[in-house]
Design a protein around this ligand. Structure first.
Ligand code: DCP
Ligand code: CA
Ligand code: CA
Length: 348
């Protein structure tokens, strides 16, 4: 198996930099305001300049403002990041045979059939990085490895804007610290450290029964499988909750008659990608300055393509009424997709 793990660098903050170039070169922190008092809430993430000042995810906004006088604090725009994540993921998906979306900014791709060896996989990863940078303006870090966990660990070590590969698997495994293993918490780490178990090589010296007494059966067999390189969890194609299609207009415009054929094409193509019918539809407009405005609607029933075409026009009108900018790209995103019971489904 050859797996790529893709992780977008300082994701929310990088999107903010992208949409507001005046932030480039300055420390930036993205805030989740709880709304109770003016500055109550926490930092969602920060760019690397802000991190150097000590401002990190999870920190209270009040505290961050104390230590970072020159830091630019911006409010979180989750919908915007979700749109951009969807677009990055759809680029990523074309590089492998199956993709597992692990979080808003992380995905595993199985490239075993696209790359015959690690060198070819590296090449694929390099092209994927360039592709995401060219199409979306974002930098990512990619790890290439013989399984999901090793690919993730090597990516983590190469952040930001990195490309890491596990070439000497045995040596790589030997040197993995327990604290680097995804899914192993602080508590487990402490328990093992007290007994002098710091790396996966140390784990390999133990008997599984003894390890299980310390950390529980499932964690023990997980760690053992990693240590003996028998871990081979497959990349599980995760049902993407939304499916979308975006098209670029031939010119930036606010003229609905010009946009109509494009939005129809986006709806039709989005429908042809899904296996089932959506109960949710969003129209997403990428404005001339690359800002994103979206309007959506949820239903208690599944929408046919014809109905979705009508709704999409309504939503587009709302966007044009609510915003004065010209539109550059228009997209449709379908959500809450209920699967149809076709013959194909019975055969699975
Ligand atoms: N996030 C959040 N609150 C946290 C941690 C993360 O809201 N406590 C959000 C903001 C991040 C995104 O999830 O941008 C992805 O999390 P990562 O852990 O991958 O961190 P970043 O992408 O920000 O940085 P890195 O460059 O380390 O990957
Ligand atoms: Ca991440
Ligand atoms: Ca990230």
């Amino acid at each position: 198996m050859i797996v790529l793990f893709v992780d977008i660098d300082y994701f929310f903050a990088q999107v903010e930099e992208l949409l507001n170039p005046s932030l480039k070169g300055k420390p930036v922190a993205v805030c989740v305001y709880s709304g109770r008092t003016k500055d109550s809430g926490a930092i969602a993430t920060s760019n690397y300049l802000a991190r150097r000042l000590g401002i990190k995810a999870g920190m209270a906004i009040v505290k961050a403002k104390e230590i970072g006088k020159d830091v630019i604090f911006v409010p979180m725009r989750k919908d915007l990041y979700k749109e951009i994540s969807d677009r990055v993921m759809s680029i990523v998906s074309t590089y492998g045979d199956s993709m597992e979306i692990a979080s808003i900014d992380e995905a595993y791709v199985d490239v075993s059939r696209k790359a015959r060896n690690l060198l070819e996989a590296m090449d694929l990863a390099k092209r994927l990085k360039e592709d995401i940078l060219r199409k979306e303006g974002l930098r990512v870090t990619i790890g290439v490895g013989p399984n999901k966990v090793l690919a993730k660990i090597v990516a983590e070590r190469n952040k930001p804007d990195g490309l890491g590969v596990v070439d000497n698997v045995t040596k790589f495994i030997d040197e993995i610290e327990i604290s680097e293993v995804p899914g192993v918490g602080k508590k487990t780490e402490e328990i093992l450290k007290e007994r002098g178990i710091k790396t996966l090589r140390d784990v390999r010296e133990l008997r599984i029964e003894d390890l299980a007494k310390l950390v529980g059966r499932s964690r023990a067999s997980y760690l053992m499988s990693l240590a003996f390189n028998t871990y081979n969890e497959q990349v599980k194609p995760r049902q993407v909750s939304h499916r979308g299609r975006y098209v670029t207009l031939t010119e930036n415009t606010r003229d609905i008659n010009v946009i109509l054929p494009f939005i129809k094409r986006a709806v039709d193509e989005a429908f042809s990608k899904i296996n089932g019918l959506p109960m949710e539809i969003y129209v997403v407009a990428i404005m001339e300055d690359l800002d994103i405005v979206s309007k959506g609607k949820s239903y208690k029933f599944a929408l046919t393509r014809e109905y979705a075409n009508v709704v999409s026009i309504e939503l587009l009108k709302k966007i044009i009424e609510s915003d004065r900018r010209k539109i550059r790209r228009i997209g449709v995103r379908l959500g809450k997709i209920s699967r149809s019971s076709t013959l194909e489904d019975f055969l699975h």
